[in-house]
Ligand binder design. Structure first.
Ligand code: NAP
Length: 250
């Protein structure tokens, strides 16, 4: 598909952007003037989604990227290197729920569902970030946004007064997001002497396919935290966990 020149604007890549919060994150970053790569595991659906946003006049291009496939990640890195030579913003948004949501006993979710969940939600984030790190270092002050969830908060899960206290049915998903939080803290520590900032976000309980359209907030509001952490200026935080401007308990 045609590529518009970046004209010196920042370059962002959002994983899992064919629908839901990822697609809207692409739209809002592009609306802010960022040249945004809409990454999807299915190239044709990524192209279709990117064409729609280009039709809205936005600087968006499609790229194929399956976060569970090393060859796909490597090919995406090479494509970004060739087209742009750097990456200013990486939003690790792709995520799945692989468990049976009707199950109420955490101990009864099958191990296979744990493996599938971690393959995408944790290993996919780590692998994609490791692979793009050289291109992120090539940008003047890169931002990494890890899309976590409040369901990854051990503080909230262990507090009987928390609204999520009884939400224990999808333990692999919840633990994968706790692990994303831990990875965020570790990577931010490693990068503390650089201009790169790394943060975890909770989008909110958003009306997407992941929740069969149920939720407390619409998709545009659900994308706001990722976008604001992607566009942080130099005095913004790193190694934190946020939702709509508020800090969450780990
Ligand atoms: P969604 O509507 O189900 O969309 C998930 C996206 O991830 C889809 O584009 C999907 O691609 C993509 N994806 C799945 N596996 C992938 C892989 N291996 N490689 C690349 N892309 C992959 O979910 P959402 O609600 O927008 O969720 C986005 C993020 O927010 C997730 O990390 C989720 O855990 C997090 N989150 C959501 C909520 C909520 O209430 N919705 C709350 C807290 C956190 P396909 O289109 O190809 O399937």
């Amino acid at each position: 598909m045609s590529i518009s020149p970046t004209n010196g604007s920042k370059v962002a890549l959002v994983t899992g952007a064919t629908r839901g919060i990822g697609l809207e994150t692409v739209r809002q970053l592009a609306q802010a003037g960022v040249h945004t790569l809409l990454a999807g595991r299915d190239r044709s659906r990524a192209v279709e989604a990117a064409l729609k946003l280009q039709g809205e006049g936005l600087p968006v291009e499609a790229i194929a990227l399956d976060v569970t496939d090393t060859a796909s990640i490597q090919a995406a890195v090479q494509e970004v290197a060739r087209r742009h030579g750097r990456l200013d913003i990486l939003v690790n948004n792709a995520g799945i729920v692989a468990e049976d949501k009707r199950q109420t006993k955490p101990s009864l979710q099958p191990l296979q569902a744990w493996r599938e969940t971690f393959e995408t939600n944790l290993f996919g984030v780590v692998a994609t970030t490791q692979a793009f790190l050289p291109l992120l270092h090539s940008a003047p002050a890169a931002r990494i946004v890890n899309v976590s969830s409040v369901l990854g908060s051990l503080g909230a899960h262990s507090d009987p007064a928390s609204p999520i206290y009884e939400f224990k049915g999808i333990p692999a998903y919840n633990a994968s997001k706790s692990a994303v939080n831990s990875w965020t803290v570790h990577l931010a520590y490693e990068l503390r002497g650089t201009p790169i900032k790394v943060n975890a976000v909770h989008p909110g309980y958003v009306k997407t396919d992941m929740n069969a359209g149920e939720g407390e907030i619409d998709i545009p509001t659900g994308a706001k935290t990722s976008v604001s952490m992607a566009l942080l200026d130099a005095d913004g935080p790193t190694g934190g966990y946020f939702h709509l401007g508020e800090t969450l308990p780990w």
